[in-house]
Write a protein that binds this ligand. Structure first.
Ligand code: AMP
Ligand code: MN
Ligand code: MN
Ligand code: MN
Length: 283
């Protein structure tokens, strides 16, 4: 069967591999298609696409957009959009600008907690323009405050943790509509991470977004156990949206997650990509 990976990061956001290296890894894994889905940017796409041409790998442009959500963030994967469409690029720019006001606030909290880090030290951990908590975590490790990035999140940066600052971003419905207006489609990433209190409450959140054009939810994701995937698959069927999946590969940042297969339980057929394409720019 032809397999795809619809969720993977490069060093243009918080992954560890350059886009061309990610394409090579995907081709070596025998994938037919790779979607590059860096946080709030498409900057890695062209390099990965060029590399894919020489490898017999179809590389498509995606992004994982950070939207506002109480107490955390909502991640919306987007595909099939016109990469240079004005409203779309302006939205991504606004979200990245939100990161640039948020990051110093996190650093201020860290300083108050006796772990001072400068923005330059954080920037040195990033290859691209989209900077976030994983880069701050790496800087904390380099300064010797914590043994590894996992500890940096657990002790300081995790959602609701002592150095947590919520993302300054746009509302999910606006993301869904803006992507649709740019000819694309959105998929709610790892719904479990929203930590909504019940399956019914999650269904309401998803249903509202479907009305704005949400095309799918990520069912197969390494952080979601089999029972959870069953519930999500049933929800996708009921709402007639795509049950999608992906590895959420980050490289060194999540060493147990492999391209294509994630934790070993993921195998997304090419047909899932075709189902998403069929919904691009819908309504
Ligand atoms: P940000 O968008 O700046 O809030 O950073 C979110 C990113 O941090 C996610 O995309 C993950 O890659 C990473 N992350 C979030 N929570 C954790 C955690 N508990 N441990 C390690 N990495 C995490
Ligand atoms: Mn990430
Ligand atoms: Mn995510
Ligand atoms: Mn991701």
């Amino acid at each position: 069967m032809d397999l795809v990976d619809l969720h993977a990061h490069t060093d243009r956001s918080d992954g560890s591999l350059a886009p061309s290296a990610l394409a090579r890894l995907a081709a070596d894994a025998g994938l037919r298609l790779l979607a590059v889905t860096d946080h709030d940017t498409t900057a890695g796409f062209l390099e990965a696409h060029a590399a894919g041409l020489g490898l017999g790998l179809e590389v498509v442009c995606g992004t994982e957009i950070t939207a506002r959500f109480p107490g955390r963030a909502m991640h919306l994967l987007a595909y099939g959009f016109e990469r240079r469409e004005r409203g779309f690029t302006e939205m991504l720019a606004e979200i990245v600008a939100g990161r640039e006001t948020r990051n110093p606030k996190i650093l201020r909290l860290l300083a108050e907690l006796g772990r001072p880090v400068t923005m330059d030290e954080v920037r040195a951990e990033a290859a691209g323009d989209v900077i976030g908590r994983p880069h701050i975590a790496r800087a904390l490790v380099r300064k010797g405050y914590v043994p590894d990035t996992k500890a940096a999140f657990t002790q300081l940066l995790r959602d609701g943790g002592p150095a947590f600052v919520a993302a300054e971003s746009v509302e999910p419905d606006e993301v869904v509509r803006t992507v649709r207006d740019a000819g694309g489609v959105t998929v709610l990433a790892h719904p479990r991470q929203l930590r909504v209190e019940s399956p019914e409450a999650l269904a309401e959140v998803v249903e509202a977004l479907v009305r704005d054009g949400l095309g799918g939810i990520e069912v197969d994701h390494p952080t979601q156990p089999p029972e959870e995937r069953k519930v999500l698959r049933a929800l996708a069927e009921r709402l007639r949206i795509v049950a999608s999946g992906g590895s959420d590969f980050h490289g060194d940042g999540k060493p147990h997650v492999r391209i294509g297969v994630g934790d070993g339980t993921i195998a997304v057929p090419y047909g899932t990509w075709e189902a998403l394409l069929a919904r691009c720019g819908a309504r």
